[in-house]
Design a protein around this ligand. Structure first.
Ligand code: NAD
Length: 315
């Protein structure tokens, strides 16, 4: 029987599909430093971001055929090395895009109406003073959403932003045009409503709200020079990877009075982000939960089951 270790868990929908196909799925978490001693009991391992599959562990694997990442980023797996050793590596890139896009919208709405501060300060606070303090909200309809990186999540965000009446400008050196799926109730919105530019500077300058949906790079894509190009009252959101923004440069810009605020789902120092960001009155934070909706996790579970059943076949 094919044995699968879902070391960071798997949605019950995916587990059921695998079990119905005759697989054994074990969801008991094995601590990282004990994995090497049990890894040869399994044909496949499913991980999220917590479990690391590095070269020394791969060297111990004589039975393992497949590593699955339940999610997008493969930074916790030595992918090339695993493949050299004949172990297939899969991820589930599409299942969570809409959920990430919706979290981005949540951060944007939070910053645009100071909800993060209201939530903290209204209990016991001075209602009238807070009402005055938060009286300069930003309306999103009619404003411009800038998107850097126009892949799966960027497209989902564009679709949602268009539906909210925003203009959208995007830059992505590897994309010419993409179909924007529009929700059925968005009559009258055409997919050519998106402006494409080959200059990231155009997006930085024009965006009232800027959201990043690129992979991680060796150095930050958005540093002091890029932040300087942004509008003084723009909102910046990062739900891609922590290092995509230079956090020191962001803190300096926020403290200087520039930017209305920032929404951050990802951080350089995960799982212990810089406390200056967590405490900052202009920052809305979440603990890397872009893909963490039950809908996305169910779809990821289903996609994992499809991948593994295609790979090993019905038992
Ligand atoms: P994707 O591969 O579909 O899209 C990434 C896009 O970035 C591609 O179109 C690529 O051409 C573009 N790109 C690459 N270099 C660029 C550059 N220099 N400038 C502009 N664009 C560039 O990926 P995706 O599924 O949309 O994911 C985007 C990011 O979101 C990834 O970093 C992923 O790890 C992250 N993510 C975060 C969460 C979360 O929980 N917050 C969940 C899923 C994915």
């Amino acid at each position: 029987m094919i044995r699968i270790l879902a070391n960071d868990g798997i949605h019950p929908d995916g587990q059921l599909l695998l079990e119905e196909a005759g697989y054994e799925v074990i969801t008991d978490k094995v601590p990282q430093d004990e994995l090497a001693s049990v890894i040869n009991d399994y044909d496949a391992i499913i991980v999220r971001s917590a479990t690391k599959i590095r070269q020394p562990l791969i060297d111990q694997c004589s039975r393992l055929k497949v590593i699955c990442r339940a999610g997008v980023g493969l930074d916790n797996i030595d992918v090339a090395y695993a493949k050299e050793q004949g172990i297939a590596v899969f991820n589930t890139p599409a299942a969570s895009s809409q959920s990430v896009a919706e979290l981005v919208i949540g951060h944007i709405l939070t910053i645009s109406r100071s909800l993060h501060v209201s939530n903290r300060e209204m209990l016991g606070g001075d209602f009238k003073k807070l009402k005055k303090q938060f009286s300069k909200g930003k309306q999103l309809a009619g404003s411009t959403m800038g998107i850097i990186g126009f892949g799966r999540i960027g497209v989902a965000l564009a679709s949602t932003a268009l539906g909210m009446g925003m203009k959208v400008i995007v830059s992505d050196p590897f994309v010419e045009r993409r179909e924007i799926p529009l929700f059925p109730n968005h009559f009258g919105v055409k997919s050519n409503a998106v402006i494409y530019t080959d200059k990231m500077e155009d997006v930085l300058r024009q965006a009232d709200v800027l959201s990043l949906h690129v992979p991680s790079f060796d150095k930050p894509l958005i540093g002091a020079d890029e932040l300087a190009l942004m509008k003084d009252d723009a909102i910046l959101v990062n739900a891609a990877r922590g290092g995509v923004i230079d956090e020191e440069a962001l803190l300096a810009v926020l403290d200087s009075g520039k930017l209305m605020g920032a929404g951050l789902d990802v951080f350089v120092g995960e799982p212990t982000p810089d406390e200056r960001l967590l405490n900052h009155p202009k920052v809305s934070v979440s603990p890397h939960i872009g893909a963490s909706t039950t809908a996305a996790q169910s779809m990821i579970g289903g996609e994992l089951a499809d991948i593994l059943i295609t790979f090993f076949g019905e038992q």
